[in-house]
Ligand binder design. Sequence first.
Ligand code: CA
Length: 227
Amino acid sequence: MKLLLVEDEKRMAQALCEILRLEKYEVDWRADGVSGMNAVESGIYDLIVLDVMLPGKSGFEIARQARRLGIKTPILMLTAKSEVDDKVTGLDSGADDYLTKPFMTKELLARLRALGRRVLPSADGSLTFGDISLDTNTVSLRCSTNGQSVRLSEKEYHILEYLIANQGQVLTREQLAVRIWGFESDAEYNNVEVYMSFTRRKLAFVGAKTEIKAIRGIGYELRCGDV
Ligand code: CA
């Protein structure tokens, strides 16, 4: 699960990054409101942890702007104890949950798991769409109508995971490139197309009715043949 942390206190941020990575979150860290907003706008994250007091742009502003832009990613807001009204303002601005600093790591992780469950539809953590499901443990794709399954490469898995988590939405090639290869990578859009064709082959291999539809000039969307 890809998580964005926007927090300007360096030591706190570094500690959080370390803890979250141990919990298998893929973490990107931004230390100010403006670069935080840019990262939020990329739309590639499954979860966002947002500090309120940030240089450049506050956590409230970021959450508000994100919701205005139609970004539905769950947001956990970190508020300082002294900022009494922050909880209310935070939730009003579009955050899904809040945590008062200082907090216990255990509590942060529990809240994140709860928010994460909104992203991953089924209780056991498997991702399903139409007649396909992804198994996180075996990194494989399964077709429910005929019981066929196949191992996926890491990138194929991430592509399907991202498409399923954003079902009903068209993902741009840019979003896919950044999500799969990261901001710093110089992955070309061609890479996305190449991996899309690999992934489609896997879908065909298991005989899935679910397919990756290319939306000309925009990107890709998951569709199920039955629908
Ligand atoms: Ca701060």
